[in-house]
Design a protein around this ligand. Structure first.
Ligand code: 13P
Length: 249
């Protein structure tokens, strides 16, 4: 069976103090055993987080990467650097990167390859905008984003990905997709995976993201094709994030 994964994407938030607070709160093993948890702080906190999270169930994640191996890319961070600081997961194609920094499906492909080459688990983010949903294009947009990255990948590498469905209209808005709405699209993703590789469809984890909180986690994860969550705002408060993890087990 698929082990649930809860990942907290801090976006451009956080502080050294918050890293310490998370390390302290998650020390001691009180979380459900069959649960993976990751925290994705901004780059400057990765080293502190690597130390603070040692001995806790918290894995480390990063929010983006540049696929180039090295060189003249001012301000960028590559996969080798992330691996050096114990990063296990990295977001690829988050809608904020697509919308505000011009990242495309082609960029996501290159980032996935770079992440995999350094042993990182890419979390490919997909999702439709409100206009696309209202135009009835949700399925086409989301499956297009999934196919653009998975189809060119070698079959053996596809199973090392996680896919996060984040409807853009639900991100940071307080508007959560209902469990049924999320399931409808995530069921479409699972069915698409089935057309490529039945084993992959069974094993690949699908996360929901978009205004996920402690009080809606259980209902979302009760859906058959929702294997966890990618949590933004609610991952910044240690008590709330802890409660989300408790509900996910
Ligand atoms: P919110 O949980 O703040 O809606 O953000 C979701 C998200 O974008 C996580 O990557």
């Amino acid at each position: 069976m698929r082990t649930p994964l809860i990942a907290g994407n801090w976006k451009m938030n956080g502080s050294a103090e918050r890293i310490r607070a998370f390390g302290d709160a998650f020390a001691g093993d009180r979380l459900p055993a069959a649960l993976d948890v990751a925290v994705m702080p901004p780059f400057p906190y990765l080293q502190a987080a690597q130390h603070a999270f040692a001995g806790t169930p918290l894995a480390l994640g990063a929010q983006a990467l540049n696929p180039e191996p090295a060189g003249a890319h001012t301000g960028e961070v590559n996969a080798a650097m992330l691996a050096e600081f114990g990063v296990a997961y990295v977001l690829v194609g988050h809608s904020e990167r697509r919308q505000h920094y011009g990242e495309t499906d082609a960029d996501a492909c290159r980032q996935v390859e770079a992440a995999l080459a350094f042993g990182l688990t890419p979390v490919l983010c997909v999702g439709e905008t409100l206009a696309q949903r209202e135009a009835g294009a949700t399925r086409e947009v989301v499956l297009g984003q999934v196919a653009a990255v998975l189809d060119p990948l070698e079959a053996a590498l596809r199973k090392r990905l996680v896919v996060a469905y984040e409807p853009v209209w639900a991100i940071g808005t307080g508007l959560t997709a209902t469990p049924e709405e999320a399931q409808a699209t995530m069921g479409d993703i699972r069915a698409w995976l089935e057309t490529r590789d039945a084993e992959l469809a069974q094993s690949l984890r699908l996360l929901y993201g978009g205004s996920m909180k402690a009080d809606n986690t259980a209902a979302l994860l009760a859906q058959p094709d929702i294997d966890g969550g990618l949590v933004g705002g609610a991952s910044l408060q240690v008590d709330e994030f802890y409660a989300i993890c408790q509900s996910a087990g």
